[in-house]
Design a protein around this ligand. Sequence first.
Ligand code: AMP
Length: 746
Amino acid sequence: MEVDRENISKVILMGAPGSGKSTFCDDVMRTARRPWVRICQDTIGNGKSGTKSQCLKSAAEALKDGKSVFIDRCNLDREQRAEFVKLGVHQVDVHAVVLDLPARLCISRSVKRTGHEGNLQGGKAAAVVNRMLQKKELPKLTEGFSRITFCQNEIDVQGAVSTYSALDPLDTLPSGCFGQKKQDAKIQLGIMKFLKKVEVPDTVGSNGNSFQDSVSKHETKEKNFSFKGPENVTLLVGNAGNKVTEGRDFPKGSSAGALSLCDVPTLAFPSISTADFQFNHEKASNVIVEKVEEFLSNAGNIRLVLVDLTHGSKILSLVRAKAAQKNIDSNKFFTFVGDITQLYTKGGLRCNVIANAANWRLKPGGGGVNAAIFSAAGPSLEIATKEQAGSLSPGNAVVVPLPSTSPLYKSEGVTHVIHVLGPNMNPQRPNCLENDYSKGCKVLREAYSSLFEGFASIMKTQTTVLEANCQKSGSRSSELHKDLFGKSPTNHFPNSDQKIKRDSSYETKGNKKCKGLPDELGSDIADAMVKKTHPKNEKIDCGTSKAWGSWAQALYHIAMHPEEHKNDVIEIADDVVVLNDLYPKAQNHLLVLARMEGIDHLADVRREHLELLRTMHAVGLKKAEKFLSDDKSLIFRLGYHSAPSMRQLHLHVISQDFNSKHLKNKKHWNSFNTDFFRDSVDVMEEVDKYGKAILNNDDSLLSMELRCHRCRSAHPNIPRLKSHISNCRAPFPATLLQNCRLLLAA
Ligand code: AMP
């Protein structure tokens, strides 16, 4: 609905020093479409630190002046922000943006900065941030906010930046809370890990009660984001952040901005035929809304985004209005103003599939979207397109997987382009329908049907991976039980009635291997181990659905009788045993074995084992930290194989160099670098939440193409992959950088 008055927002930022509040404001204001004023206590006194009342006064003046304001101070407790909430004229939207980033990150940024005017840096900063965070009170709508956006990682922050920079003076944002996720133990581990390494002077905190104020005075601009966002795009992870609700027609109170929580497969598409092909906009918008509605009625957890480059685009406003009339879920379909080739890097909106309004020859050139997509994707798109089709007739679409070398793939995370050809009403272009709109609408409908079917086909083939990623993000658990197209999920949770696919096939192959013990167990040591463990080499039924071959019992035996393996084990405790992996797949590769009977593998783990999982994690963490203190260049991951080859629950603590002669084949690589590998932090969270861990034990994961775990480039064989990873310094994918999945030196 159009509104006839300009809206003013009062956005109260909240976050510890180092959380990036000032950067947030700068980023929004750089491209903002409405006038904003930033009220910052650090600079309020003629460029120097000032007082809270100065901030209140300036904010009130700006609001009176019709400007929207950002209150850029810590505001971590209710009392600190109360006066700012109350402040100002009526009819101001009062919002909170909570930069609730991991303490470790805020501390690390604050500690690293130098020349801070309030001297909030070094070990002192660590202590201050830590103490402030202990007093943190997350805001509630009842405090007087109409909208609260929680950002817990940089992707969320980017989403919020996009949301606010896209607001024009007439826009309002939906009310409600957006983006809130459960705080979990991982963050605490992060703090502990960091504080151990940071010198905390005794003197800090002597100013006791006035901590909040004194610290907020010391806030400064943070420019040292370490997050590399776009380059880290993980395939099929569509974590859009709070999407830009371009449409001012989003119904108030809708959850239009809530998608930051989930990684939703997303198709971005331009309006087909309405630009160069001069199709009537009213009629085209009817077709779009009709087709979107039809498609969404059968689809599950996916999103469609209609994109246009220009603000005030007629087709976007028509579609928004009609979609709103039809009550189409604005979480699943919305409009977006931006360049379809830069939706993520410029707009913070992740789309794994984009549509191209193509020409019949499927060639680059022309103008508009077609030229932009071919040019952004580079020559590899033309080659890949040729492999799929030589030409296209109106009403049809062709799906083209984007080569991983394409810049569009690397920087935007786009995995597929779908070329679509719509009906043409432009006499200057081929196949003009000469205003025959009954045929035109029919062809346009066909074009959108083909486009959406193409998207559905991509999603169907990738359902398993998508679900795994979505589950990994730990969000919207109820939706995780549906697959993308409304079917029951497969392979999510261990189920005693359900045959675990990889278990059986892997077992067979494992046993084959075991006969000659060619690979991992090909040594005399392994032979000896097998004999020692089970002299008769018989198969053991462990009481679960899986039967373990004798060769697979070595770890179990070590866990139960560590004293008999004194030369092999590194540490023996009541609950766990630590040992070097006999066939390490990286420079540093340890196993932490559970000593409890009856938990052969992750599938056996239940809520009552949570403490044990935590112990295993803590022990693994300690070991990794020891390695890290010796070699700061190392990076570690801790996790479990969804379907392990060896009996007895064991946690892999593995450095990410994968520099080992024992890493020989696709299975080895993929078992550590696909969703088959379950990060320990996620496993603990799932067991806590659902009572069991999610298992991604589909065989196809182990036979996936070989992709670099950092830049995601594909490689034809292990030697080539190894040579690539020895040099690749690309940032890790965003999903790995989140939630302490990767362990780095502080
Ligand atoms: P998984 O596939 O998770 O069961 O991994 C089992 C791990 O155990 C592999 O990384 C093997 O290299 C390792 N391994 C196999 N036998 C032994 C052994 N006797 N001692 C230590 N590690 C072993």
